[in-house]
Design a protein. Sequence first.
Length: 349
Amino acid sequence: MEYRCTEVKSRKDIRDFLGLPAAIYDRALYPRQKGLERQILTGRHPLSRDFEIVACLVRGYGQGGGQRVLARCILTFYKEDDTAYAGFFESHEDVQAVRLLFSYLADRAREKGRTSLTGPVDCSFWTRYRFKTDHFAQTYTGEPYNPPYYVRLWEAAGFTVKERYYSNYLRTPGQGDAGIKCKDRLRYSREKGYEIRHTDRRHFRQDLDAIYGLLTEVYCGFPVYKPLSRRQFRKMFGKLRWVLNFEMVFLAYHGKRLAGFLICLPNFSSSKESRCLFGKAEEYVILYMGAGRRDAGLGGALSELCREYLEKNSLRGIAALIHEGNFSGNFYKSLTTRSCHYVLLERQV
């Protein structure tokens, strides 16, 4: 078979790019992102003005003249960044195709003065990044998902692990699971004048703006983080108001200042174990949590309120995508039944 790597230029190229995942994934686990991918390829995504992309396909050509799309990737360039970000990667289990793909992308990165490739990053910290490395039989809402062989393909193309992450699956809490330290932090926070409440549709936009200010402050030191404007944040996350269970959004205000947040998403997984209806679910993904620098202890206070809700309503939880070494991994430790792991990779060019 002859292998060729070409950039995505034509409408057929775009169709081939968008069509590859359907040839790789079980439909029950397929991470459907066609709308997002089309926006990125056509420069119409809310973040598109912040970066440049090079999208590539590797096709294999047989002796009879037939062709098959074997691999794809988008390389993303940010100004004044020494790293280029490789994402929207999909591939059949073909080492030669992936080595050709990354050889081409490394050349493009060098041409633009970059010194390394990092990924998988689907263009932005705010979309999707990381590879899953175990427990492939099930996925949850917001989890990166990929076939088991993807990490091996990247390592064969010269990548090594740069960062590690994990998610903890939590059983339904019982009365004996209340953590003394977190309960104390909740009581202390209330004594110090923090008001912890939920949002609703009427106040959602106002609260979303407050979350933007604190979340971008808390997350700015995370790997592959890139800033975004308030308007971009609204466009990307404003639609959450239609799927959230507002009782699982915990906001800690000190006066008019948002001091901490804990935001859970219903798990819309296709698994029969997790049924959802109008924002209600049997399982919740604890996806976003943070507190201001001057608000020590709020993370434990918010975690205790979340635990109480899970217990009261006989629900399960998933503490999602925790950076290895992050203190938040200590919350819900006694409830953990199993963990899933993820990696971010890097190679020099």
